[in-house]
Design a protein around this ligand. Structure first.
Ligand code: AMP
Length: 209
């Protein structure tokens, strides 16, 4: 199974991806996580990506395509994978089709801008295992500590109101056309991302099964 997740920042892509991995045993590929790792290590790629990410813009198609091209060759991708945050432009989607034939499903998690901005500014993330929380609606059991791995939770540098607004604008301009792209291919599943996470997952699982 080859799946791509489409959705604005904080739409719940990571949360649904985790649930899908557990059920379908797929590799999880988050281009955002991969870039944040490069930034943390201070590699040339990380240095290049750092400012672009902080502004809420996109790194170049060529750069991200090269990263994904290598990643999907890895052994853990043989049984299929979930791409979270890639493709983010139609050029990336066309390149992905060239690389793998086509995806099986594109899942669009649809959430209003108002809810997205609320979620972005109250999101807490685990820098160790990637788990995501919300200070208001999904707080960790112990304040500031990840339920999954016990690490200290942080706020992503681009999870501010200003960067969030820029990321949302980038989503509408550059990533939303992917909805029409996959709809035309007959591979699109749209789910209402404002329902609770388990309800969303049961709708996704019903469609995939
Ligand atoms: P994310 O964690 O998916 O929200 O990604 C964080 C940031 O990484 C984005 O705001 C972009 O700057 C960059 N990024 C992640 N994936 C891509 C992509 N497929 N194309 C371009 N930039 C990306």
């Amino acid at each position: 199974m080859k799946i791509v997740l489409i959705g604005a920042p904080a739409a719940g892509k990571g949360t649904q991806a985790r649930k899908m991995i557990a059920k379908y045993h797929l590799a999880y590929i988050s281009t955002g996580d991969m870039l944040r790792e490069e930034v943390a290590k201070g590699t040339p790629l990380g240095l290049q990506a750092k400012e672009i990410m902080a502004k809420g813009a996109l790194v170049s198609d060529d750069l991200i395509i090269a990263i994904v091209k290598e990643r999907i060759k890895a052994d853990d991708c043989k049984n299929g994978f979930i791409l979270d945050g890639f493709p983010r432009t139609v050029v990336q989607a066309e390149k992905l089709d060239e690389l793998i034939g086509s995806v099986d499903n594109a899942i669009y998690i649809k959430v209003s801008d108002e809810v997205i901005l609320e979620r972005i500014t109250s999101r807490l993330t685990c820098p160790n295992c990637g788990a995501s929380y919300n200070k208001i609606s999904i707080p960790p059991k112990k304040e500031g500590i990840c339920d999954q791995c016990g690490s200290a939770l942080t706020q992503r540098k681009d999870d501010t109101y200003e960067a969030g607004k820029a990321r949302l604008a980038t989503f509408h301009e550059q990533s939303e056309p992917l909805v029409a792209y996959y709809e035309k291919q007959g591979r699109l599943l749209t789910v209402d991302g404002e329902q609770d996470a388990d309800t969303i997952f049961s709708q996704i699982a019903a469609a995939l099964d």
